[in-house]
Design a protein around this ligand. Sequence first.
Ligand code: ACO
Length: 376
Amino acid sequence: MSLSPAPTFSPGLEGVIACETQLSFVDGRQGILLLRGYPLESFARAARFEEAAYLFWYGRRPDPTQAAEFAQRWADHRVVDADLLNQIAAAARRGMPAMDALRMGAAAVHLDAAQSQDMILGAQRITAALPTILAAYLRARDGLAPVEPRRDLGHAANFLWMLSGEEPDPAKARALETYWNTVIDHGLNASTFTARVIISTGSDLVSAVTGAIGALKGPLHGGAPGPALDMVFEIGSAENAEPFLRAKLAAGERIMGFGHRVYKVRDPRAEVLGQAARELADAGSDQALYDLAITVEETALRLLAEFKPDRKLYTNVEFYTALLLHAVGFKPDAFAPLFALGRAVGWCAHGMEQAAEGRLIRPKAHFTGTRRDWET
Ligand code: ACO
């Protein structure tokens, strides 16, 4: 007989409302994503990532003076201790995967007294340090020394600078900003919930971001844009799209980059990232790959409607994430940590909201074991 009272149990907390938020609204039936009340499509391709971060942390859009001041103050936090960068480089040389290195680097960031007191300062510190840590890791993996951050560049452009040590291509910096704006927040996903749980104990933003990176690392959350890109490469030519995809579906296999648990229409993030990928292709990136991806998408949508007419399967965020990040110059193993760099701004905003709410998150468990006697 169970010792716990009759439970109301929702596996995976499905359908459970665990907090109130003003940060994002997701309607998967109509394909609506509001970020701080604004439709994603209205600002993702135009706003600087600095403006998006300001919007998330202060709750309002900055005017041009506020945006410029904020960008400078955020940039002040980019420098990371040389000791930590050496540890990151050593980890990269030992073959530590990128998400593990990012989690290790995040955990080692220290907030001073002012940054611990003022959550916006703390958020600036940790989110400005992450790109420096990831850039040092990616360079060390290629046997290269870190490149010092610059204060005169935006968040995205400076990251590209720290990767190559060359003047960043504005079109690629813009594409990266669009990507980060697009993934900045998405309801109470697993990593965001993790961050809120940690903050609810009275802990700090470094701990929350470190824990959230750990949650994002899992393949059920960090997603798999890599396989979507692999599939486009494997298809290889427009003529091969139909026979390849038809054979997959006939064998009962899934097509990567299509379908979503929440969105039953086209994922609005796929729309935004698809347009950004097209702009990058127009600006001279791999036009042939972009054209092939469009053919693959059109063919997949037609065949999914034929094979699964009742399932409402559309292009998801992963398909164009893969295409966009590849066009900017990233390899698939950088995709998940790049996601973390954008989502970290959302994690911090949730941390601030949770701290203001002030209630410890402490759900119950239903005990399904039995009472036993130690003496017998
Ligand atoms: N290709 C072919 N069939 C599919 C696909 C797909 N990509 N996605 C779902 N289906 C079919 C399933 O086979 C199933 O059909 P059946 O009931 O006739 O057997 C039906 O649609 C429902 O499938 P579920 O797995 O129950 O749907 P769910 O909403 O749970 O799946 C998921 C969501 C896991 C993303 C799924 O669509 C999938 O596996 N897609 C491919 C992998 C992918 O792109 N992952 C990234 C998702 S985006 C993100 O996580 C941020």
